[in-house]
Design a protein around this ligand. Structure first.
Ligand code: MHO
Length: 213
């Protein structure tokens, strides 16, 4: 419940959601992520029939460790298709706010960013409505490429949407996140050596982030 938990929710669309999942998943202060369809009016969209919805990421975050402003900073800087080119609704630039405070911060942030770039940005800001989780195979897509890793640490389809460990590893394998942070996670999560070695190697290979679809 909004008022009884320290965590807050943020919902963004900034292109293919596989990339968003990896970008946000490994940020300190992010508890969990899941990808899905939102922002439209039709019921029960699916990947093959997304209707008027957009691919979005839903983030549960600890506002004491990462602010909404920080999340927006990442948002502005990681649009695969940029902020000025109109793309289909599936990949549109979209901020879905969960309360008036997020709305206000997002509007200010958009103005600032447009001013900084000296361009009109296509980003839309709207209230968050129903969120439809995407099919299992889209969740933690980067990590699921390595099925043996998911099996090794017991990631069920449900955990792919709820697990903090899954969110972080999905970011790490795409090259997001710092090495020191990863080494701390290896210890605190008790990652098996095979998994830790593999992820460490992926981080090196994708150093700096290999996000896009
Ligand atoms: N070009 C990507 C898009 C995937 S995405 C989840 C593909 O391989 O289908 O929209």
């Amino acid at each position: 419940h909004e008022n009884t938990t320290a965590f807050k929710k943020a919902t963004f669309g900034l292109g293919c959601f596989w990339a968003c999942d990896a970008l946000y998943g490994a940020q300190p202060g992010v508890l969990r992520t899941r990808v899905g369809y939102s922002g439209g009016t039709k019921s029960d969209p699916v990947y093959k029939k997304i209707e008027d919805h957009t691919e979005v990421i839903e983030i549960d975050y600890d506002p004491k460790r990462i602010s909404y402003e920080d999340l927006l900073e990442l948002f502005w800087n990681y649009h695969e298709y940029g902020l000025t080119t109109i793309v289909k609704r599936q990949y549109m630039s979209l901020i879905l706010y969960h309360n008036e405070d997020q709305k206000r911060v997002a509007e200010i942030s958009l103005k600032k960013e447009a001013h900084k770039r000296n361009e009109k940005l296509i980003t839309e800001i709207a209230p968050a409505g129903p969120f439809y989780p995407a099919e299992d195979y889209h969740q933690k897509y980067r990590l699921q490429k390595y099925k043996w890793v998911c099996d090794e640490i017991g990631l069920t389809p449900e955990l792919l949407q709820t697990s903090h460990v899954a969110a972080r590893l999905n970011g790490y394998v795409a090259g997001v996140g710092k090495e020191e942070q990863f080494e701390e996670d290896v210890v605190s999560f008790g990652l098996p050596k095979t998994v830790a070695d593999f992820v460490r190697n992926q981080m090196k290979e994708n150093y700096g982030g290999n996000l896009y679809c």
